[in-house]
Design a protein around this ligand. Sequence first.
Ligand code: ADP
Ligand code: ADP
Length: 235
Amino acid sequence: GLVARVSRLTKSYGAGSNAISALDGVSIGIRRGEFTAIMGPSGSGKSTLMHIMAGLDTATSGQAWLGNTEITSLRDEDLTILRRRRVGFVFQSFNLVPTLDVSGNILLPFELDGRRPARDEGEWIDRLIDSLGLRDRLRHRPHELSGGQQQRVAIARALATRPDLVFADEPTGNLDSRTSREVLSLLAASSTDYGQSIAMVTHDPIAASYADRILFLADGRVVEERGRSTAEEIS
Ligand code: ADP
Ligand code: ADP
């Protein structure tokens, strides 16, 4: 089944003759357990598409579904609840809470949901912490971490509750190649082992080669779609 879908989505910023078209009729679906990479030049609409699919931004026209729920007409409160249950997001800018330590940031989605991790969730979080190399940083606050470490905390937080769908905007943009490979393997494992769907924006053909399929955007449209392929074929 599809965990998310958009139909004839458009997005314009501004009005009249100054309007900028960021999305120009995009229709795509994300299948359960599928790892999708979204590529395309800067300004082609990748971030806008992910933000609308995740319910973080509104469309100008068209429809978007999370599961069976059409979200463009939802009230803000209902959208917030739905997003919290179903969607994880790794932002380019990390969006960590500066006053919380690493542990507090990773557990924040549970805190917001008013509960503690169940035993199997605790085991998954332990695995995340170890594979992301964060074990000896749990009591550090974001300002005491490198950019790469902050990115890894953001990834752990997005995956912690095992949401149906994880959006990641350039998740390896600040990471060295070894940590990038670990992060990509972890994203791939969370889709194959736990049926999570991952939608990842990336400029990096090697990162995209971990995905099951690649969508190419240009000028706000999907111009190409490919199945799993090697980095050499993409670049
Ligand atoms: P990248 O090209 O690295 O993906 P973006 O150019 O998309 O980075 O910018 C990141 C953020 O800035 C996004 O959240 C986007 O909404 C915002 N942004 C991008 N372009 C503009 C713009 N022309 N005016 C205002 N905000 C913008
Ligand atoms: P990408 O992620 O592929 O770099 P974006 O989705 O960030 O592309 O941007 C698509 C287009 O929309 C660009 O022309 C960008 O400048 C514009 N844009 C994005 N966010 C804003 C914004 N908040 N205000 C005005 N223009 C924006």
